[in-house]
Design a protein around this ligand. Structure first.
Ligand code: T4K
Length: 411
């Protein structure tokens, strides 16, 4: 290849730009020495789980960031949502978005409740409060909103609706640890909120989560339900489950929290670099972040307008995957289009915004493992891909005719 000449795109037969793929969700790892030091402490103390000192410290620090008095650490956010719904004694129907990770909806159906899908707002991607009002029936017991991409799901408006209709209000805040809405920490709205500290989250404990609440009595009940229902050493006062976080996971969580400012800064810097790389391209934009709020920037969400770009979201996705840029189509095809997820749900109303988002958004790799040079390279790839749209479409058609899938090989 002569100077200035670009090598062909991988989807058109060239070498992938990234020999070592870029992931959405490659874990941010903190200070290894600090982690091992904590593990040594766990080892010598022989306290591996059951409300040990590291879990308590983790809970204190999570509660402080969430601006609430109580954080109840759990083994993951999905179990946290289930314990939360049991703690709130929900019955009947729960209003949820279909534009979310399956865990939100599965947790509802696992609790024997009926998920009622509700459309989202095209700007925020979060539950549309007007649609929530329309979805309320005499069987509704709660609204389960998702603070998607770390943005507040109109919590104040949902609090008003919940109060008017005497509903419980809980938030799946798996994406929103360390974010704010109306200058108030996310974690402090509704009856409770649930964070995820899964390995793919910007701050994580490998596996883990936390339920946060301002309500003392609710927190007490959640602690019982998380630990089989044990009130004291040999007294069981509720039919609880085992959803505890171990000391080993708490060691990882604390180490991750120590590096939280560095992780946020890397995400913020990456978001700005993606914004700069794409700002001049037609029909695509980054999903905006409220500039006046605190934000973790952990998801970089690209919106690809179907009629304004040379390539569709799916064509761009496959082109990037072939290059080793493992962008994700969260949350394609939408929970309302997954038969297993749909099985326990109420009749699905039209969800036009959800449908459109499921076809048009793409998440891009970020975190401390992604450099500015990587992002510039991704930007160049998109420019190159747009200029070769016709050839890419033909190559994809040929791959499909031959039963091949350029993306599958690298995903
Ligand atoms: N609510 C919402 C709105 C959520 O987004 C989630 C989880 C939940 C609730 C439930 O939270 P948890 O119960 O998990 O605490 C991932 C995560 O597993 C999931 O936690 C997350 N949301 C979801 C958005 O993403 P997958 O199936 O896409 O993950 P996977 O295995 O494909 O990993 C993503 C990428 O990260 C891969 O390219 C590989 C890389 N990776 C992943 C792991 C786990 C690594 O490099 N190292 C790793 O250890 O769901």
């Amino acid at each position: 290849m002569t100077g200035g000449e670009r090598s062909p795109l991988a989807i058109l037969g060239g070498e992938p730009r990234f020999a070592s793929p870029l992931h959405v969700g490659c874990p941010n790892l903190g200070d290894q020495a600090a982690f091992l030091q904590r593990i040594e402490e766990v080892w010598s103390s022989q306290r591996l789980t059951n409300d040990g000192p590291l879990v308590r410290e983790f809970e204190r620090r999570v509660a402080e960031i969430a601006g609430v008095p109580h954080a109840v650490a759990v083994c993951n956010a999905t179990a946290g949502l289930e314990v939360a719904m049991r703690g709130l004694e929900l019955t009947g129907e729960v209003i949820v978005p279909a534009f979310t990770f399956v865990a939100t909806v599965h947790a509802v159906s696992w609790m024997g409740l009926t998920p009622v899908f509700c459309d989202v707002d095209p700007e925020t991607h979060n539950l549309d409060p007007a649609a929530v009002r329309r979805a309320i029936t005499p069987r509704t017991s709660a609204i389960l909103a998702v603070n998607l991409w770390g943005n507040g799901a109109a919590p104040l408006e949902l609090e008003r609706i919940a109060a008017e209709h005497r509903l419980r209000l809980l938030f799946d805040s798996a994406h929103a640890f360390g974010c704010s809405h109306d200058h108030q920490p996310i974690g402090s709205f509704g009856d409770l909120e649930v964070f995820s500290f899964h390995a793919t989250k910007f701050v994580h404990s490998g596996e883990g989560g936390a339920i946060v609440t301002r309500d003392d009595e609710l927190a007490r009940r959640l602690r019982l339900l998380r630990n089989f229902g044990f009130a004291t050493y040999d007294s069981v006062t509720a039919a609880g489950v085992n959803a505890k976080l171990s000391e080993l996971h708490a060691a990882m969580g604390l180490t991750s929290l120590d590096s939280m400012p560095r992780f946020v800064e890397a995400n913020r810097r990456n978001y700005a670099a993606y914004d700069a790389a794409f700002s001049h391209l037609p029909g695509i934009r980054l999903h905006p972040r409220p500039s006046s709020e605190v934000h973790n920037h952990q998801y970089v969400v690209l919106e690809v307008a179907p009629d304004e770009t040379p390539l569709t979201r799916d064509e761009l996705h496959r082109t990037l995957q072939a290059e080793g840029v493992l962008a994700r189509r969260y949350f394609y095809p939408g929970c309302h289009r997954i038969p297993a997820t749909l099985a326990a749900a109420a009749d699905v109303p039209p969800l036009p915004v959800t449908d459109r988002l499921c076809e048009t958004v793409l998440q891009l790799p970020t975190g401390i493992n992604v450099s500015i040079a990587d992002i510039r390279s991704v930007g160049e790839l998109v420019v190159q891909a747009f200029s070769k749209a016709k050839e890419i479409r033909e190559a994809l058609r040929a791959l499909e005719a031959g039963g091949g899938d350029g993306a599958a090989a690298r995903s």
